[in-house]
Design a protein around this ligand. Structure first.
Ligand code: NDP
Ligand code: HSE
Length: 443
């Protein structure tokens, strides 16, 4: 290892994550220098607004409004992209990679939507793109798949991948907060995206699930072949049903791979998780991921999935790896070439059809309060051979309507979709039916 080399680090963005990275890198500078045998030069930070007040102190001389000033600085070897979004961030990432630099990124939207272009630039110019912070905050899930669990094929990867959604569902379920108040709290704590609709509508979890599917199976999960649902419509009756019947309400990302039939399915949606499942106990901002590998069996990783310090931990882990490889002491994992080979195999995988995606369901219906209405509903279930497991009826005296919540035995998405389509046409169904999947590792 060369001992006298100076490694220059540039940071794009000084928001929640950028400030965390700066704070911890500054605190640990001398420790890291002696461990890595280099001098660290925290050179420059790009921000949008030079006048903004920041919690973490930084000399104004270090700040610039121009990200290119950071990227193009010949003394910057590692560029941390912590701006977010897919426009400026894409431009900056490609600019740095085309100069053969290392880019460390927390940007799952960018990777999910422009992954092939980014890796093409890495291959062409010999830089690196490291993205541990893009999935599950402080949990080293990318490293786990690329290194520790590299011996496995994964038939199931299921996880809670959005800290904001998990925080909201926990606060609603355990503390009775409203959706709006719980979201506001998540924003104040620095968990939410700049545009929080990405969190609550499931898009952020899709970005992360797509990255995991690509890592594990070599295939990106396109938006139009992924079931993407958020948590906006969860209400008190759903929370009550979950509590009474031994479930936790979680926003899940589920990646299943059928190796015999060569299909893959990716879905992100709120689901009822049996209390006995380890993921049911992952609460608050925490994320949890269970990987079922053919060699290791089921392995679960859990920890803080969002927020300043957890994310900084992942970014700094990547910076350390980058320095190790720049100084010739890189550790061996699944390399970009390995991932490219995996991508070739991934070309033969198809996305599963709706008949092949099976689970038990939960349904909440708002029904006209009149004799015979329930029979009309149940007839539709019988017609499509969907068996009902449990039912609760709530009366709303003098309102002319009632709420029915029910669960089914396992059935395909296609059959349940047909039931829903018919229910929507009934005049006695007063609101859009609300559907959740009940998670079961077996279906
Ligand atoms: P913030 O919105 O808190 O910070 C974004 C930063 O980028 C701000 O400092 C902003 O400047 C700066 N910025 C934005 N546009 C420009 C531009 N054109 N030029 C220069 N600077 C710019 O976001 P986060 O820190 O929360 O997130 C950053 C990234 O990390 C995102 O990709 C996010 O998805 C990801 N991430 C976030 C996690 C979290 O818990 N927050 C966890 C894991 C990943 P200014 O301050 O002047 O406005
Ligand atoms: N907004 C994201 C979340 C940040 O809440 O999970 C971490 O990726």
């Amino acid at each position: 290892m060369k001992t006298s080399r100076t490694i220059g680090i540039g940071i794009l963005g000084f928001g929640t994550v950028g400030q965390g990275v700066w704070k911890h890198l500054t605190e640990k500078k001398s420790d890291l220098e002696s461990r890595l045998g280099v001098k660290l030069d925290l050179r420059k930070v790009a921000v949008r607004n030079l006048k903004k007040k920041r919690e973490v102190k930084i000399s104004s001389a270090k700040l610039t409004p121009n990200p290119f000033e950071v990227i193009d600085d010949p003394k910057v070897h590692v560029v941390c992209e912590l701006i977010g979004g897919t426009t400026k961030a894409r431009e900056c990432t490609l600019r740095a990679l085309r100069q053969g630099k290392v880019v460390v990124s927390a940007n799952k939207a960018l990777l999910c939507e422009h992954g092939p272009e980014i890796f093409q630039a890495v291959r062409q110019h010999g830089g690196q793109f490291l993205f541990e912070a893009s999935v599950a905050g402080g949990i080293p899930i990318i490293k786990a798949i690329r290194e520790g669990l590299a011996a496995n094929h994964f038939e199931l990867i299921v996880g809670i991948l959005n800290g904001t959604c998990n925080h909201i569902l926990t606060r609603m379920g355990e503390d009775g907060l409203s959706f709006a108040d719980a979201l506001k709290e998540a924003q104040e704590l620095g968990y939410a995206e700049a545009d929080p609709t990405l969190d609550v509508d499931g898009i952020d979890a899709w970005h992360k699930a797509s990255i995991l599917a690509w890592l594990a199976h070599g295939k990106w999960a396109p938006r139009n072949r992924t079931l993407v649902e958020g948590i906006r419509n969860i209400g008190p009756a759903d929370i009550d049903f979950a509590r009474r019947f031994g479930f936790a309400l979680k926003h899940l990302a589920v990646i299943r791979r059928n190796f015999e039939k060569d299909w893959m399915t990716v879905g992100v949606y709120p689901a009822l998780v049996p209390n006995g499942d380890i993921l049911a106990r992952v609460s608050g901002v925490n994320n949890g991921i269970t990987l079922r590998g053919d060699v290791v069996g089921a392995t679960t990783l859990a920890g803080r999935g969002a927020g300043q310090d957890a994310t900084a931990s992942a970014v700094i882990g990547d910076i350390i790896d980058a320095i190790a490889s720049l100084t010739g002491s890189a550790r061996q994992g699944l390399s970009l070439d390995d991932l490219q080979a995996r991508e070739k195999q991934g070309q033969k995988i198809r996305m599963a059809e709706l008949d092949e995606i099976v689970s038990p369901f939960y349904l909440r219906l708002s029904l006209l309060d009149k004799a015979g209405v329930s029979e009309g509903v149940y007839r539709i279930f019988t017609k499509h051979k969907v068996s009902i497991a449990r039912v609760i009826q709530y009366e709303h005296p003098n309102q002319g309507r009632g709420t029915v919540t029910l669960s089914t035995y396992p059935v395909s998405e296609r059959k349940m979709g047909a039931v829903l389509a018919e229910l929507r046409r009934l005049k006695t169904v007063l609101e859009e039916p609300f559907l959740l999947r009940i998670f079961s590792p077996e279906s």
